[in-house]
Design a protein. Structure first.
Length: 322
């Protein structure tokens, strides 16, 4: 028997014998027979190839080699106990980690969820990837993350999503825009204005352009900007109008105009997304449960639209989650 093939059980038996100084007492503690313990000690000595124990004055004591083995065994068993504790915590979702990919606009939402989650489970490490919708779609396609946060979730046989937060898309205008003095009757009065749009593929732009098509409306002047912050600041400086997620606007923001128009804000939602053909890590599953149970304490109630039942059913299915 090679020393590399020593089992934890052999080491446990050896540690008990050295600690108690007696085969009989070790056997009693381990609920084994004395012959079984003696046989285990013999196997261990043969594997090491050196005497491990001496009997002195009726008490078993380790030899020099046996003492080194004793300390090595203690270290190995201690590390294994630590791992076992980690494993138990991980299975409860209280330790370990997971990754989440979020589209850029979701960065205004995610911290409100992760902050309380981190305070509850400080030993869970979360890796976050942020990018435009195309980038996060690519990560989703290659299953690079455990969870995703989309406002326009991808479709697919192995994609599972659940909406949980309203994402109203609001019309914003410069502070001194004419609509502040003379509110337009409908959106058609704004078609001659320049609109600042996110890049093609952006979920905000997808929803807005779909709304325009459904109403047979077409914008005449468009400027493309690949950043919500730059869009907002450009509107403040009078470069044009825009439709943005309400979550991107700073609380208490009064400089921007928000004319009241029929059908605005446009309806949109945030979705948690995962793959249904792979096992969700325990901490990630715990995060989904945490959101479901604590959403009201993380997000303003007017934004809550919790429909995570399918995701919860998936992670509670044996082999799919915690």
């Amino acid at each position: 028997m090679n020393i590399r093939h020593l089992t934890f059980r052999l080491l446990q038996v050896y540690v008990a014998v050295v600690r108690l100084g007696s085969v009989s007492r070790a056997a009693a503690q381990l609920h084994l027979t004395q012959p079984t313990v003696s046989q285990q000690l013999k196997r261990l000595a043969e594997a090491v190839g050196e005497p491990l124990l001496d009997s002195q004055e009726g008490r078993i004591r380790p030899t020099a080699v046996g003492t080194e083995l004793y300390h090595a065994a203690l270290d190995a068993l201690s590390r294994f106990d630590d791992f076992n504790g980690f494993l138990q915590d991980a299975r409860q979702g209280t330790r370990g980690g997971f990754s989440i990919g979020v589209v850029t606009t979701a960065k205004y939402i995610l911290p409100r969820l992760l902050g309380p989650f981190n305070r509850r489970f400080p030993e869970v490490e979360v890796s976050i990837s942020v990018g435009n919708r195309g980038y996060i779609l690519e990560r989703h396609r290659h299953q690079q993350d455990d969870l995703y946060l989309f406002s326009h979730p991808p479709a697919g046989e192995h994609t599972l999503s659940g909406r949980f937060i309203r994402n109203p898309l609001v019309l914003i205008t410069p502070p001194d825009h004419w609509t502040a003095r003379r509110p337009p009757a409908d959106f058609s009065a704004l078609l001659g204005e320049r609109f600042l749009l996110r890049e093609p593929g952006s979920a905000t732009r997808l929803v807005f352009e779909e709304w325009l098509r459904n109403h047979n409306l077409q914008l005449k002047r468009v400027m493309q900007i690949e950043s919500n912050e730059v869009v907002r600041m450009s509107v403040e400086q009078g470069l044009g109008l825009a439709v943005l997620s309400e979550h991107t606007l700073a609380e208490g923001e009064h400089r921007l105009g928000r004319p009241a128009l029929p059908e605005f804000p446009l309806t949109s939602h945030w979705y948690l997304v995962c793959h249904n053909n792979r096992r969700l890590p325990y901490p990630a599953a715990n995060f989904v449960r945490f959101i479901n149970d604590n959403l009201a304490s993380c997000i303003d109630s007017r934004y809550i639209h919790n429909d995570l039942a399918r995701l919860l059913a998936h992670i509670d299915t044996p082999g799919k989650g915690a």
